[in-house]
Every structure is written in structure tokens, then in C-alpha cells.
Design a protein around this ligand. Structure first.
Ligand SMILES: [Zn+2]
Ligand SMILES: [Zn+2]
Length: 652
């Protein structure tokens, strides 16, 4: 059971002294961080060290999904705010937190004349515990009431953190994990120049035998999952790069006969990782799309490629009974039909997202809206940080199309697609409608020599998932709990909105009647990236906007790729702030609640007003100012982008 996150005020466990202005927060499973108000780290949150307890008081211990009291001789009652009361027995006591009464109430401990009250708030997925005092009970420290709240990491061997009696401790119930992944990779089977074994070994860490060479191995670039998703159409090489003796084959054939068996066998080589069989769908009339269908065989993905890929003009088909119903009219309508096919046939087991969306100016915001309407939650969003990051034209973006404002919309800005890089651009416009569509970062790996980085070497999607199964990863990707990263600028990230009673994290929604909320992030910067660099965040920005109604197709705004209500709401300089022994940073902003809204965060290595790279408020400039792009430039100009947290204002 992974410990998820909590917050409190810390007491030195040796002296009992309350550490003033100290905060505990964050974070990822098995990691906590303790900082002072200036962000300086005091405690490395990794597991280890003794568990301590004074043993004399009926402390509550929140351990993952359990709430425990360890002292004996206290009787415990539940007093709900709804008036319900119940005797819960005598401590020591242990509850599976799911068996605690739901809602808000108090646990009352009584032993003779002594009494202690703990406020419990159990809401879906989370339990919060707060020590409270009641009239007539001494508020003096050291009185015969429990003083300390102990929280420890799971397994009983973790470090104990003692929180002050009036602090709030929150623990999310149920494990959640962060995984790193890549949707978008190629091999010899299409226009890549490596085997899948080679690609997977670099992503996961493993060995492979190069074509015509001796065995080789790679330590891996830290991915937990990877999708093989290369073009549909027709290609002439086998998985080792040799020409098929009979000439080119349709991809539905090679998915069936070559790619699927290769993926299936590699899954046994990497039982702890997840390898998905996908395809890079040449979306009719539009840009490419990473698609995957989570099934036990090749049939679904091969059918999808045959019926809907723009480059697959075969009309004979693979012996499917309905093969003759295929048409080769590559229209927007066919793209939407493909999206609907995925949703209707594989609604619980597939995904698609638009790759390098602005590259060829073949996919507009209204197309994205249409695809989302057709695909529902099967449509995940866009590859907002494309691959080919060290190509001479960054991302392989090279067209000179301009917006009405003169922006080069078909070029990357700070390595990101303009749809995301522009504050108030396409993604902000979609979020301002309340659309649950997300941004991702993929390698689009074809070749180690040239403009590409291997999967995980530069582009990563860091996603919170309920478990590491295929369906758990799909659930996490759909939830919006992803931060899209370049160059391991962060290797862990947490963001939440908090109104003092409830929280919501990336992809979620906080419904609140509060006048203001706190937007809070915690992130970890690795000492060494997959590239061997030591990245450093200069600053982070909080960006947000209003959420209005979903636009109708006949509304002129449906075709507008900008939104005026999004802005940079705040910034925190990170450079120059000491980072802790384990590299955690935190930032928070108090923001007024004006109405339905959303909040997101970006971070960068580049200070504001860095000539050629950023403007005066920190927006990334067009990368063509730095052309020709290269490895050194790509490594120096790193960004990460969160997905948004939504806020719904409750009006009484
Ligand atoms: Zn592509
Ligand atoms: Zn590609």
C-alpha cells in the first residue's frame, strides 16, 4: 500500500519541540517532503529510519488505508455531524478506513476522566484526521490528552513524522503510482531504423541483439510503459530491416503477422513494464494520431488500420466479413467515423491522441472539438510536446504559417506545440469550455542518429495511475493526471487545489463555495537526467482561466483558436532557493474564486527575458530564432507542463 500525500506541522521527534513554520506535503508514493516556509528542505522523505512513538497516548496512526490507535484502555465512540453515534470499541483499535463512518464526525476517546476528540472527514478516496479540543477539556500542552498525531509510512519501517495537535493530516486512500511512458515510437517496420527489441531495451533497460552485431544492452531511460505505434499504410521491410521477399505489405498484415508477435514476446521479457501494440493512425484529412487498443490479440488494431488509415488504400482486406465496406475517401467524416468506431467498439480499452498537431496545419481547433465529441473519453488530447527535439528544425516543424497576430503557429515554441505554448491558445480554449482533454510528450523515435531522442531519453509523460496494469495506465491517462516533461526537468510532480476541506488534483474538479483556494504544487528535480545532465528549474508559472459553456458547432467561437480569459496568475522563482537533500521543491498560490475556472502550471529552465528564448513574462519564443536547433540547444531549453485542475463554484 503506497502512502500518497499528507500535510501537517512537524515536531522534532527527539525533543518534542514544534518546528515553527514547517510544512509537510506532497507527494508521490513512498516519498514525503518536509520544508520550512522558504522552501528549504529539512527532511528527506525517503523511507527508512526508526518508527517512534511515545506509547502513552491514544494517538491515531494513519497508515495508507488504515487508521489505528495504539494505546490501550481508551474506549472510542463515533459522533457524526448528522447525529449518529456508535461505539467503536476499545483501543488499541484498528479500522480499515473504508469501514469508518463516511462523512464528517468525531472520534471520541475516553479513559476515566480523560477525553480526546479527533475530527474525522472521510470523503471518497481520502480520510482526514484533525485533533480537536472540546469545551471543558484542557488546551494546555502536556495535559492529560493526546498531544501528537503520528503519521508513518506504510510497512511499519518508515520514518515517523509527528504533527502538532491542531494540524490537519490528510492521507489519500488507496495506492496511486506515478508511471512514465511514451505513446509514439517507430521501428524498421515503417520508417524507423531500429528493432523493437532495441527500442524497448533503451526505454526499459535490457539487452538486445543488433542486426548483424553482437549482443548489446542498455541501462534504460526509465519508462514504465511504451506503445509501438508506427504508421499505417504499406511498408516493405521486416522487423530486422530486411525487405520482405514478396514486396511491400499492408500494415494490417504486418500488425497481424510481425508486430503483434514481437510485442507479445517482448512482454514476457519485461513482465514489470507495459508494452502496448498501437499504430500511428494517418488520420484522414488530418495529422497523425497515436492509437492503441488493449486487447488480447492483433485483430482490433489491424482492423482499425485497414478501415480508417489514410495511407492504407487496400480494398481486399484481411478476410474480414465486412472488408468490402471500406472506402478510400479520405475526409474529415472518415476521421470522425474512426473516432466513433474506437468509442463504440473499444470504449473501455482504447485511446487516441493527435500527434505533432500544428506541424502541417492539417488539424484545427474545430477538428479537435469534433474529434473529442466523436471519440468521447477515448480521445485523450494532443502530443503537445512532440518528438524530434534535436532536429535542425525543432520537432521537425518547419512551415511558416502565421496567426493573425503574426505568430509562427507551425513552429515549436520552447519545444512545445503552439497549441499549448501559447497562453490563451488552443488548449486553453478547450479547457475554457471545460473539455477534459489533455497534453502529452512523446519521442516519435525513428533513429538514434539525427534529430530524435530514444523513448524516455528526453520526452516523458509522468502519470498518476491506480495500478500498473494496462487498464490502470489507461485509467490514469484518461484522468488527466499527467505532467508532460522534457529532459527530466521534473521526475515527479503533484498539483492540487485546496479549499480547506477538499482537494482536487490534475484532471479533477474541486467543487467549492469558498471565496479563495490554494493552488499547490510539489515537484522533484533529479540530480541526473536520462541524458546525464543536471537540469534546474528557473521558475514555475501558475496559469488559469475561466470555464464557460461548451460551445455549439454553429457558434463562431467553435472555430476560434484563442481565448481571452486565460492568463498567467502567478510565478515562483525556483533558482536560488535551496533545494533539499532529495531535490523537492514546493510552491503555492492563494487564488480568489471568481467563478468556474481551471488552473495549470508550467516550469522552465529559462529565466524571463532570456534573449531568443523567452519574453518578459516567461512565455517561450518561437524556436526558429535559435535555428539550426541541435542537441545542446534542446537540452538547455527544457519545459514541463501540467494538465489542469478544474474548479466549480458552488453558489448557494
Ligand atoms: Zn507522425
Ligand atoms: Zn511518428
Amino acid at each position: 500500500m503506497a502512502f500518497d500525500r499528507f500535510e501537517g506541522v512537524v515536531v522534532d521527534s527527539a525533543t518534542g519541540r514544534v518546528l515553527s513554520n514547517v510544512r509537510v506535503a506532497a507527494l508521490t508514493s513512498r516519498r514525503i517532503a518536509v520544508t520550512d516556509a522558504s522552501g528549504r528542505f529539512l527532511i528527506d522523505g525517503s523511507e527508512g529510519g526508526p518508527v517512534t512513538s511515545d506509547g502513552a497516548q491514544p494517538e491515531l496512526v494513519v497508515v495508507g488505508s488504515r487508521v489505528e490507535s495504539s494505546a490501550s484502555g481508551w474506549s472510542v465512540d463515533w459522533i457524526g455531524v448528522d447525529g449518529r453515534t456508535a461505539s467503536l470499541g476499545t483501543s488499541p483499535i484498528r479500522w480499515d478506513a473504508s469501514r469508518l463512518p463516511s462523512g464528517i464526525g468525531w472520534l471520541r476517546f475516553r479513559s476515566g476522566a480523560r477525553e480526546a476528540m479527533w475530527n474525522i472527514c472521510r470523503i471518497p478516496g481520502e480520510v482526514r484526521v484533525r485533533r480537536v479540543f472540546v469545551p471543558g477539556i484542557s488546551r494546555r500542552r502536556g495535559a492529560a490528552v493526546p498531544e501528537s498525531l503520528f503519521v508513518r509510512l506504510p510497512g511499519g519501517s518508515g520514518r515517523t513524522v509527528l504533527a502538532r495537535t491542531d494540524s490537519v493530516v490528510r492521507v489519500a486512500l488507496g495506492a496511486s503510482f506515478q508511471v512514465a511512458g511514451d505513446f509514439h515510437t517507430h521501428t524498421f517496420l515503417t520508417d524507423g531504423v531500429h528493432t523493437l527489441d532495441d527500442v524497448a531495451a533503451h526505454a526499459f533497460g535490457g539487452s538486445w541483439t543488433p542486426v548483424g552485431g553482437a549482443g548489446s544492452s542498455a541501462t534504460g531511460f526509465g519508462l514504465d510503459w511504451l506503445a509501438n505505434s508506427e504508421h499505417g499504410g504499406s511498408f516493405a521491410r521486416d522487423r530486422f530491416g530486411n525487405p520482405f521477399p514478396s514486396g511491400a505489405k499492408w500494415r494490417w498484415e504486418t500488425l497481424r503477422d510481425v508486430s503483434w508477435p514481437a510485442v507479445d514476446s517482448l512482454r514476457r521479457v519485461y513482465p514489470g513494464r507495459r508494452l502496448f501494440q498501437g499504430v500511428e493512425w494517418n488520420v484522414p484529412a488530418h495529422e497523425h494520431s497515436s492509437v492503441a487498443i488493449l486487447t488480447g490479440d492483433h485483430d482490433a488494431i489491424a482492423r482499425f488500420e485497414y478501415f480508417f488509415d489514410e495511407w492504407d488504400t487496400d480494398l481486399a482486406g484481411g478476410g474480414w466479413a465486412d472488408a468490402a465496406t471500406k472506402n478510400n475517401v479520405n475526409s474529415h467524416a472518415k476521421a470522425l467515423a474512426g473516432a466513433r468506431w474506437l468509442r463504440e467498439k473499444h470504449g473501455d480499452s482504447s485511446w487516441f491522441l493527435i500527434n505533432h498537431p500544428s506541424r502541417l496545419q492539417r488539424t484545427s481547433i474545430s477538428d479537435l472539438r469534433d474529434l473529442h465529441d466523436a471519440g468521447g473519453n477515448v480521445f485523450l488530447g494532443i502530443e503537445a510536446i512532440p518528438g524530434h527535439q534535436k532536429a535542425p528544425s525543432r520537432g521537425g516543424y518547419h512551415l511558416s504559417d502565421k496567426s493573425a497576430d503574426g505568430d509562427l503557429v507551425a513552429r515549436t515554441h520552447g519545444g512545445a506545440d503552439f497549441m499549448l505554448a501559447k497562453v490563451g491558445g488552443v488548449m486553453d480554449a478547450l479547457w475554457s469550455e471545460g473539455r477534459r482533454v489533455w497534453v502529452f510528450s512523446n519521442s516519435d523515435f525513428h533513429a538514434a542518429a539525427g534529430g530524435d531522442y530514444y523513448p524516455g531519453q528526453y520526452n516523458k509523460n509522468l502519470t498518476r495511475v491506480p495500478d500498473r496494469t494496462e487498464t490502470g495506465i489507461l485509467a490514469g491517462l484518461r484522468s488527466g493526471a499527467t505532467v508532460a516533461v522534457m529532459g527530466d526537468l521534473v521526475d515527479s510532480f503533484w498539483m492540487e487545489l485546496d479549499d480547506g476541506l477538499r482537494t482536487a488534483s490534475m484532471g479533477g474538479e474541486l467543487a467549492t463555495d469558498a471565496d479563495s483556494v490554494e493552488a499547490r504544487i510539489a515537484f522533484h528535480v533529479p540530480t541526473t537526467s536520462a541524458l546525464g545532465d543536471s537540469p534546474a528549474v528557473d521558475h514555475v508559472d501558475l496559469i488559469g482561466g475561466r470555464v464557460g459553456k461548451r460551445l455549439a458547432q454553429d457558434d463562431p467561437a467553435y472555430r476560434a483558436s484563442t481565448v481571452a480569459t486565460t492568463s498567467i496568475l502567478g510565478a515562483r522563482r525556483v533558482a536560488g532557493v535551496d533545494q533539499g537533500p532529495d531535490g523537492w521543491h514546493m510552491a503555492s498560490w492563494k487564488v480568489p474564486v471568481a467563478g468556474d475556472s481551471y488552473f495549470r502550471v508550467r516550469g522552465s529552465t529559462m529565466a524571463r527575458s532570456t534573449a531568443g528564448w523567452t519574453d518578459s513574462v516567461g512565455n517561450p519564443l518561437c524556436d526558429d530564432l535559435q535555428y539550426p536547433n541541435d542537441d545542446a540547444k534542446a537540452r538547455s531549453n527544457l519545459w514541463f507542463y501540467s494538465n489542469p485542475v478544474f474548479l466549480r463554484k458552488i453558489v448557494h
